[in-house]
Design a protein around this ligand. Structure first.
Ligand code: FPP
Length: 236
């Protein structure tokens, strides 16, 4: 049976869900926040150690000002509604991404949640917020070059490089789920997903449920992971 320590989710389809239900796109994101709350509590109850969710990408700034401002207000909505419950469930909040461009008010709310939950030892709910994997890799390379010049490090290997990424302290990603049927990574965790299993489903994020998560996990459990080695059970 495959361990599932770190689950990553590309929560796609809020816009299509809104269109399908004839409501504004923002209503799709709002429903997405409620679903994220449910999945966080459920994933924690399953003993999953880390849940990384793609909440806002470095490319999402291209959306309308209205939509971007609404997404920037989601952390406030999420934590105002659920911080008490997250504390009761021992959930710890983390964030990965470029915090510089995020409005100060939004960062303040996120930092408060990080601080409040700092000593919790249950599931880590890790928000990829203003996150882009290429940006992350370039930053890591830049920081390594600085440290090398300063004589703080010597040769580089895969493990050392990973320690320069935002995800340095997190376990390897075991499973990536993408809702909303698109077959692409959209600049998400390019380095970290090297040996992860992928499950892409048609369900739109606001329709995602704990039962569907169970199905995705069952699919993951049925996979044979060999990390690039040979699968001895195959005859060819
Ligand atoms: C993709 O759907 C979804 C997003 C860009 C935003 C996702 C954010 C949440 C679900 C909430 C995050 C919560 C917090 C607290 C920050 P889309 O709009 O691209 O959908 P479409 O592909 O159908 O248009």
């Amino acid at each position: 049976m495959n361990d599932l320590n770190h689950l990553a989710i590309i929560m796609d389809g809020n816009g299509r869900w809104a269109k399908k239900n004839k409501v504004p796109r923002t209503a799709g994101h709002y429903k997405g926040v409620e679903v994220l709350r449910n999945i966080t509590i459920y994933a924690n109850s399953l003993g999953i150690k880390c849940l990384t969710v793609y909440a806002f990408s470095t490319e999402n700034w291209k959306r309308s000002i209205e939509e971007v401002s609404y997404i920037m207000s989601l952390p406030k909505i999420f934590f105002a509604s659920y911080i008490k419950e997250l504390m009761e469930n021992n959930v710890r909040i983390m964030i990965i991404g470029d915090r510089e461009k995020v409005p100060a008010e939004t960062m303040k709310v996120i930092d408060q949640a990080i601080e409040t939950t700092r000593n919790n030892t249950g599931l880590i709910l890790n928000f990829a917020f203003n996150y882009g994997a290429r940006d992350e890799i370039v930053r890591a390379a830049r920081k390594y070059a600085e440290d090398y010049k300063a004589g703080l490090v010597d040769d580089l290997d895969e493990e050392k490089f990973a320690s320069y990424l935002y995800t340095a302290d997190l376990p390897e990603v075991d499973l990536l789920i993408r809702t909303g049927s698109e077959m692409r990574l959209s600049n998400f965790l390019l380095y970290q997903l090297a040996y992860s299993e992928f499950v892409v489903i048609d369900t739109l994020w606001p329709d995602f449920t704990s039962d569907i998560l169970d199905e995705c996990i069952a699919e993951y459990q049925s996979r044979k992971r060999n990390f690039g080695g040979r699968d001895e059970t195959k005859s060819d």
